[in-house]
Design a protein around this ligand. Structure first.
Ligand SMILES: Cc1cc2nc3c(=O)[nH]c(=O)nc-3n(C[C@H](O)[C@H](O)[C@H](O)COP(=O)(O)O)c2cc1C
Length: 612
């Protein structure tokens, strides 16, 4: 028999076995058609399941069954198939389905799976908790939920689909970054977002940024080396912190990132752009077959539209020109950089742990989405840049809400500091696990102390916020440590610093003499700067004491933390993540994502009239 005669014969058998009016069976070799009186395709399919139909197909074969009520198309790709069902009066489903192996000669249903009649009684309704089983497809009839297969198609008023975590956020985020979900673990300074944390996330198919902030360059280099040797080409990233005081450090960090093939950076604290960040982006651009290849990707963390606008636009022409003139990028790279946004991923940072403007996410995110649309249209990019959400995400509802507002991806910070892999002390993790939503406060940011900048910190169990604020008040009120009232100075030395100001200055002076002698010269000229450096010694030590878990200094711990930590703790109570030992960073991510997927199913059920 010829191939098409054979396909036609099998198509006819399929038409009759599946009660389809018309069947087209195709393979790479050709196609054949069959027909029957049909009229019951939907119920036969419902009764026997797609697997039984798949058993009739060889690899690469495609079958299309048409009937009055539905059209079903199934194509086998090895052990799975792509399925499309279009109901005559209803939606179209497209899904990847697992298939049993081909059974030679099979055309009809090989194994009854369920026995749901077309009409007739419904099965038993299922509880709302079935919505949490995100792979379980449900049908809705008169405001009640049923297992999908137990409801005759004609009686279904709507369907709650399975929602896998890869359906949350922007699918292009998954494609471009080679990850399996649109979820990022943000950088945490001082290596709190440790190599171990980044590796655990990458091995789980998720993206994380190493917390290089505040670390000396050799430590950053060591981390980059370790990441590339442990992860090879798996996606991961590193923080690039703007350093206005030491531009050379920022520039050298970019050298390290490029040398070690780190192709994703999270750029933070950039109020204006610098040649270093522009160079990082331009150095990764090339042309292949007329298309721009973008090897280096920037995630820009912003909390203001004017900063977002800089990253959503191409790099400034003047900066590109100077980089070319200085021989730091090629003319081609500069020309390509003028055609793409400086950052493809912009993280809208709302009320978060650490440095934060404490903007509400429902204000910041829509604002940045609109700005993105405007700049995308103005610059005519091939693909729109993405806006992700961060700040305050600590339970499934908040993660779902961020996606529902249009976030392309979500990014968490605080909740990851209490995970097994985080580079901080067990003592800090325990304190974090006991925090409630309101157990946070703002204290001075050590790196921008003189400017009065703040960081959000844990306030339960630590006095950092109060003590730091008191130091700032003293800094504002007095010209130098020698002007401090005697009792104030003595209290500081005994209760806060636990050493004399002279001792502190001796150590601080030695530190700056090695790192940047101009700081020493300035402090010796300017008593106010001298005072700032002394106070900054304390502020710097408080985060070190926390990371090393110094038992004697618990009340001074500076632990950056946002209200999301309390949200997480409340949600995790009584569940499998309530114990600190169970909080593995990728498990936290998975639990938040699966919970968010369940929230989306609840929304669908609600829209179909289920009271959830
Ligand atoms: C302990 C800690 C340290 C952080 N350090 C940095 C940092 O060095 N660079 C940075 O871009 N963001 C840093 N962040 C911010 C996080 O990457 C993330 O954007 C933020 O925590 C998200 O908000 P959330 O805390 O509500 O989850 C830090 C956050 C925490 C909690």
């Amino acid at each position: 028999m010829s191939t098409s005669a054979e396909l036609s014969s099998r198509a006819a058998q399929l038409a009759s076995a599946w009660s389809a009016a018309r069947v087209v069976l195709s393979s790479a070799a050709g196609s054949g058609e069959g027909a029957s009186s049909g009229g019951a395709l939907a119920s036969t399919l419902d009764q026997h399941g797609v697997g039984a139909l798949g058993a009739a197909l060889a690899d690469g074969e495609r079958v299309e069954l048409q009937d009055a009520g539905a059209t079903v198309v199934l194509t086998r790709h090895g052990a799975s198939g792509s399925l499309r069902i279009s109901w005559a009066e209803g939606p179209t489903y497209e899904q990847r389905v697992p298939l049993p192996g081909q059974i030679a000669g099979a055309t009809g249903p090989v194994q009854p799976v369920t026995a749901a009649p077309v009409e007739g009684p419904l099965g038993t309704p299922v509880g709302l908790s079935a919505l949490d089983e995100i792979d379980r497809k449900l049908a809705v009839v008169r405001g009640k939920l049923y297992d999908h297969a137990s409801v005759p198609p004609a009686r279904r008023e709507g369907t709650v689909p399975a929602v896998s975590v890869d359906l949350l956020g922007d699918p292009l985020f998954l494609r471009d970054h080679g990850v399996r979900a649109a979820y990022v673990a943000g950088a945490m300074a001082g290596g709190i977002a440790s190599v171990e944390l980044v590796v655990a996330m990458a091995r789980a198919g998720l993206l994380a940024f190493f917390g290089s902030g505040g670390l000396p360059l050799p430590a950053v280099e060591e981390a980059l080396r370790s990441l590339s040797s442990q992860l090879g080409d798996r996606p991961c990233g590193c923080n690039l912190l703007h350093n206005p005081n030491e531009p050379a450090v920022e520039d050298q960090t970019v050298d390290l990132l490029l040398q070690h093939g780190c192709t994703r950076v999270s750029a933070s604290a950039f109020m204006t752009l610098t040649p270093a960040i522009v160079r990082y982006r331009a150095a990764g651009l090339s042309l292949k077959g007329g298309q721009i290849v973008e090897k280096t990707a920037i995630f820009a963390k912003v909390s203001r539209p004017e900063v977002a606008a800089r990253f959503l636009s191409p790099a400034p022409a003047a900066m590109l020109k100077s980089l070319v003139e200085a021989g730091r990028i090629t003319e081609e790279q500069a020309a390509l950089a003028a055609r793409v946004p400086l950052a493809r991923d912009i993280t809208a940072e709302a009320d978060s742990g650490g440095h934060t403007d404490r903007r509400p996410l429902p204000v910041l995110l829509p604002l940045l989405l609109k700005l993105r649309d405007e700049l995308h249209a103005r610059h005519g990019y091939a693909q729109p840049p993405r806006i992700g959400a961060a700040g305050g995400l600590g339970d499934p509802r908040s993660v779902h809400a961020a996606f529902a507002m249009g976030a392309a991806y979500v990014l968490t910070g605080s909740v990851n500091q209490a995970t097994v892999e985080a580079g901080t002390s067990p003592r800090v993790k325990k304190m974090l696990a006991e925090a409630g939503m309101a157990d946070v406060a703002t204290g001075p940011a050590p790196d921008m102390f003189e400017l009065g900048a703040h960081v959000q910190v844990l306030s339960k169990g630590s006095m950092y916020a109060q003590r730091g604020r008191r130091l700032y008040e003293l800094y504002k009120a007095y010209d130098g440590v020698d002007s401090l009232p005697v009792d104030v100075r003595s209290r500081l030395e005994k209760k806060v610093f636990r050493r004399t100001i002279d001792e502190i200055w001796a150590g601080t002076r030695a530190y700056w003499a090695e790192r940047d002698p101009s700081e020493v010269a300035r402090a010796e000229r300017d008593p106010k700067h001298h005072m700032a450096l002394i106070f900054r010694w304390y502020l710097g030590m408080t985060s070190r004491w926390a990371r090393t878990g110094d038992a004697d200094r618990v009340r001074d711990y500076q632990v950056w933390c946002g209200p999301s930590m309390g949200l997480f703790n409340g949600w995790a109570t009584g569940g499998r993540l309530s114990e600190l030992s169970a909080r593995r960073v990728a498990d936290v991510a998975q639990a938040l994502l699966e919970g968010a997927a369940a929230c989306r199913r609840r929304e669908v059920a609600r829209a179909l009239g289920v009271r959830v």
